[in-house]
Design a protein around this ligand. Structure first.
Ligand SMILES: O=P(O)(O)OC[C@H]1O[C@@H](O)[C@H](O)[C@@H](O)[C@@H]1O
Length: 282
C-alpha cells in the first residue's frame, strides 16, 4: 500500500494522519499546524503529548511541535510564543509517494491576527514523513508593503523514557542564555546536557546536529535556518503549576527546539525565510 494521508478527528479537532508503506505514522492538527504524534517505522512514539492537553480549539495544545511565530516565548509584547499556536490553519498541499507523505498547512493574516500583529504574512508549515525521518519546515513570507521582524521556534516536545537518564550531545562549547538563572549567559562545558532540574536555555549559533540518547533509542536532531537551540524542561515545581500537564509529565519530555530567538529575523516586503528541523530515528 502506498503512503496515505487521511483527515481524522483527533480529540474533537480536525487533523491529518500520515502513514507510509514502511510503517511511519504522524498526526498533524490543523489547529496551530501542530504535529502531535510521530512514530518511526517499527518504533514507538517519539513526541510527548500531554495526556492533560486541552483540545478545545482555542487553547494552546501542550505537546507535539507547537509553532512559535512571530514571537518566541516572552521576547516582546505579543502573546507568549506568538499567534499561530492558538489559530486554525488550512491545508495547502497533500502529497504522497511510495515512501513519503507530505502536508503543507498555511496561515495568513486575519482581522484577529491584525489586531495583535498588524502585518500581512503567509506562514506555511510543511511536514514530511519519510523513512525514519520527520522534517518540519516553517516558511514565512512578508506579503505586505513594509519590512517586519520576528522571532520563531519549532517547540518540539520529545518523548523520553526518564528525562534524568537522557543525554543530549552536541552543545559542548556553545554559549547559552539561562532563563532558569536570571538570563545569565553561560558556556556549556559538559560533553552532554543532562536534565536534573528546571532547564530553560537558549543556545546560540548551533551549527552541528545534535544527538539525543534515550536508553537504547537514539534520535538525530538537525536544524537549518534556525540558528538557536532551546532546551526546556519545567521540572517538578513548574510542571505542577501547568494545569495541562500531569504531575510526573516533566519526567517523560524534553523540549529540544529549533529557534530564531537571540536575533530577530528581518524580512523586507516580498521576502521569505525558511527554517527546518529534522528528527532522525537512529
Ligand atoms: O507554557 P508555554 O507557554 O507553552 O511555554 C513553555 C516554555 O517554552 C519554552 O520554549 C520557553 O523557553 C519556556 O520559558 C516556556 O516556559
Amino acid at each position: 500500500m502506498p503512503a496515505t494521508i487521511e483527515t481524522i478527528d483527533f480529540h474533537g479537532q480536525p487533523a491529518l494522519a500520515l502513514a507510509t508503506q514502511a510503517g511511519a505514522r504522524a498526526v498533524v492538527s490543523l489547529f496551530g499546524a501542530q504535529v502531535l504524534s510521530w512514530i518511526p517505522p517499527g518504533s514507538e512514539e517519539r513526541l510527548y503529548l500531554s495526556p492533560a492537553a486541552v483540545n478545545d480549539g482555542s487553547s494552546a495544545i501542550r505537546g507535539g511541535i507547537p509553532v512559535c511565530f512571530p514571537q518566541f516565548a516572552g521576547l516582546g509584547k505579543l502573546p507568549k510564543h506568538g499567534i499561530l499556536r492558538t489559530r486554525p490553519s488550512v491545508v495547502n498541499e497533500q502529497r504522497t509517494g511510495d515512501d513519503y507523505a507530505l502536508v503543507t498547512l498555511r496561515f495568513t493574516e486575519t482581522d484577529e491576527t491584525w489586531a495583535i500583529w498588524p502585518q500581512n504574512f503567509v506562514a506555511e508549515l510543511t511536514v514530511v514523513v519519510d523513512g525514519g525521518r520527520l522534517d518540519v519546515e516553517l516558511e514565512v513570507e512578508n506579503t505586505g508593503h513594509a519590512p517586519f521582524a520576528f522571532t520563531a521556534a519549532l517547540h518540539t516536545y520529545l518523548r523520553v523514557r526518564e528525562v534524568e537518564n537522557a543525554r543530549l550531545e552536541g552543545l559542548y562549547g556553545h554559549n547559552y542564555r539561562d532563563s532558569a538563572d536570571h538570563d545569565r549567559i553561560k558556556r556549556d562545558s559538559g560533553d552532554v546536557v543532562v536534565v536534573e532540574d528546571e532547564t530553560d536555555r537558549v543556545y546560540h549559533d548551533v551549527k552541528r546536529p545534535l544527538l539525543l540518547r534515550d536508553g537504547n533509542r537514539n534520535l538525530g536532531i538537525n536544524a537549518e535556518g534556525f540558528p538557536d537551540v532551546v532546551v526546556w524542561n519545567p521540572w517538578e515545581e513548574r510542571c505542577a503549576a501547568l494545569a495541562d500537564m500531569p504531575a510526573n509529565g516533566f519526567r517523560h519530555m524534553l523540549c529540544v527546539e529549533a529557534a530564531a530567538a537571540r536575533q530577530r529575523i528581518e524580512l523586507d516586503a516580498g521576502e521569505s525565510w525558511v527554517g527546518r528541523q529534522s528528527l532522525i530515528a537512529l
